[in-house]
Design a protein around this ligand. Structure first.
Ligand code: MSP
Length: 593
């Protein structure tokens, strides 16, 4: 019998406060597993969020994880529109000691707690426009089949053995902790109680015979995987963190608990006295949703991108690939890692009473507004701090004033009385400044604008590939500012449709601005789907003209016909995004108190 000691690496659930300097440079990387381009016709892509614990209601951090995955997935659908090419799963993690204890504390049966909280996650994601194609719950029968089959493979391959595990277990983090990660704190009765050094959650000493996975055999294959595919874990600093962990001790992993202690879980096949470790159970959800163990799952594995928070990096980038390799499968295509939201500089927690309710935020700032805020401000490499004023300031300046103002300026009846997409005049805006004729009016900055917007879709795609969605939004926002500058410079409101000299240039200025807006609307669809729909509808862009394949910016400038020229604008003339600081009574109240 083997005594598993010093489980140094096992328990670093919250230990990955990875300090993450800089970000990786832009690299257009669309090649998927086996060098197949991700956006090649027929290529498939499967995106996943982590599955969420049901011990407490969802908060904005959970929503952020889901929105990052949603935006990646929606961007991919713009590249590859076939519905059969992209899959996107989310779900709830319902087993384990943490849930068992939360249910007991709430006086509920575990299944009842799971049903309630899982429904809250489903409701939130529906409201927030998370466009998942699958929702998995680990208490479903299909999941039990998948987990037990996976277990059987590991066992058949000689990768499980029974051994004595002795060490600290933190139920809240559902992981084992080494002695060095445990400290003592005065408990309710004043006694010194052992707690996790990182999270402050209680830990308990566990000594029992468990099934153990031969994790230590996988150090070299894991290193090879990470070295051979430099984007396997993105952004780069997180990949380096994983490589660093692989330099440290990699002890075997306890993968079951005594059922007398943990009954809320999936029994080990053929041994009811043991329950499968919740992390092994949870990770297999990614296979369950694609039909595992039926052969159909092979269409989607390993073309899979996991979106995860930094606290669960070790589980996804060490345990999961090792388990997969052990079961004869490849590691996932990508693991995209993000950092956390804090509130006034502090970790969000129920005990601190600072948890930000995502439902309130969606109601206050609108679904599109709050999606934009989280994805525009959330930087994967660093933690971000949340406060309400920041949301109002950002949305008012970027969505209401800059983008909404631009649309309004260029489509208002006063400036565009015909209500059509104006005609571009090539003599006013010749293909290059050098070939300017007598009617040329475009200036050097105008060419810079055309160049910036023409290259924007590719830049945005590169940022998505590098999991830097905030940079994609920053790039769009910078082009919106540049377009406002263009309109300001040429002051179309001072030009007259009646003047034969002004009219062609007036049409051209508006045409260029609307073309820019068409690009912005198209590129914003993954982040603000309703707002982008409103914008594109106002421009008269039909549903079949909104993909990246159809996005040919300013074709008239390059000598091609423009399908939009002369087309009627959409009838919806309302504000694209009303300012928040004037329209929200709650904000006035918040300022007063
Ligand atoms: N159940 C596990 C995941 C199993 S996946 C096989 C779990 N659940 S969780 O509910 O605790 O966390 C789910 C996701 O929410 C994780 O990606 C986590 O990083 C993320 N977040 C939790 N708090 C967060 C913030 N404060 N900010 C941003 N994301 C955060 O871990």
């Amino acid at each position: 019998m083997l005594r598993v000691r010093a489980l140094r690496l096992l328990g670093r659930r919250r230990a990955s406060g990875v300090s993450v300097p800089g970000s990786c440079g832009p690299r257009h990387c669309s090649s998927g597993p086996l060098g197949v381009r991700d956006d090649a016709p027929g290529a498939r892509a499967f995106f996943t969020t982590p599955i969420f614990y049901v011990n407490a209601a969802p908060h904005i951090g959970h929503l952020y994880s889901a929105l990052l995955a949603d935006a990646l997935c929606r961007h991919r659908r713009l590249r590859v529109p076939s519905a059969a090419a992209t899959r996107f799963s989310t779900g709830t993690d319902e087993h384990g000691l943490k849930i068992q204890q939360a249910a007991a504390a709430a006086g509920l049966a575990p299944a009842e707690l799971c049903d309630r909280v899982s429904a809250q996650f489903q409701q939130l994601f529906r409201e927030a426009g998370v466009s998942s194609t699958d929702f998995v719950r680990t208490t479903e029968a299909r999941h039990r089949v998948a987990v037990q089959h996976f277990w059987g493979l590991l066992e058949a391959r000689g990768l499980l053995y029974k051994g004595l595990y002795e060490g600290w277990y933190c139920a809240s983090e559902e992981c084992f902790l080494p002695e060095a990660k445990v400290t003592r704190q005065p408990g309710p009765s004043g006694d010194a109680c052992p707690v996790s050094l990182e999270s402050g959650h209680p830990v308990s000493w566990t000594k029992e015979e468990n099934y153990i996975f031969r994790l230590s055999q996988f150090r070299e294959p894991l290193r090879r995987w990470l070295r051979d595919d430099p984007q396997a874990v993105t952004p780069e600093p997180f990949r380096l963190a994983v490589l660093q962990w692989l330099e440290e001790e990699l002890p075997d992993l306890s993968v079951s608990r005594r059922s007398s202690h943990l009954h809320w879980g999936i029994p080990v096949p053929g041994d009811d006295s043991q329950t499968i470790y919740v992390w092994l159970d949870a990770l297999v959800n990614y296979l369950t949703v694609i039909g595992y163990p039926n052969a159909e799952f092979r269409a989607w594995w390993p073309a899979t991108s996991h979106i995860i928070g930094k606290d669960i990096l070790k589980f996804h980038a060490i345990y999961w690939p090792a388990l997969l390799l052990g079961a004869g499968m490849s590691p996932p295509h990508r693991i995209y890692v993000h950092s956390h939201w804090t509130v006034c500089g502090q970790k969000m927690s129920k005990s601190l009473g600072n948890v930000v309710d995502p439902k309130t935020c969606l109601d206050r700032y609108t679904v599109d507004g709050f999606r934009y805020f989280l994805l525009r401000q959330g930087v994967p490499n660093w933690d971000c701090d949340y406060y309400d004023e920041k949301v109002v300031k950002l949305l008012d300046s970027e969505l209401a004033d800059a983008l909404g103002g631009l649309l309004n300026r260029c489509t208002a009846n006063r400036i565009n009385p015909s209500g059509t997409y104006p005609v571009f005049c090539a003599n006013c805006f010749p293909p290059a400044p050098g070939v300017a004729g007598p009617s040329a009016r475009a200036q050097a900055e105008d060419y810079a604008l055309v160049n910036a917007v023409a290259t924007l879709p590719r830049q945005v795609a590169e940022h998505y590939d590098n999991f830097q969605i905030y940079k994609a939004l920053e790039a769009v926002s910078s082009c919106v500012r540049q377009t406002n500058g263009f309109v300001q410079r040429h002051a179309p409101w001072k030009l007259s449709w009646e003047s034969p000299v002004d009219a062609p240039w007036l049409g051209t200025v508006l045409h260029v601005a609307l073309e820019c807006l068409r690009v912005f609307g198209t590129l914003l669809q993954p982040v603000t789907p309703s707002l982008a729909d409103k914008l594109l509808s106002r421009l008269g862009v039909s549903a079949t003209e909104r993909g990246l394949g159809e996005l040919f910016f300013l074709p008239r400038f390059y000598g091609y016909p423009c399908p939009f020229e002369g087309r009627r604008l959409g009838p919806e003339t309302g504000l694209l995004f009303p300012r928040l600081d004037q329209s929200r009574a709650w904000l006035v109240k918040a300022h007063r108190t």
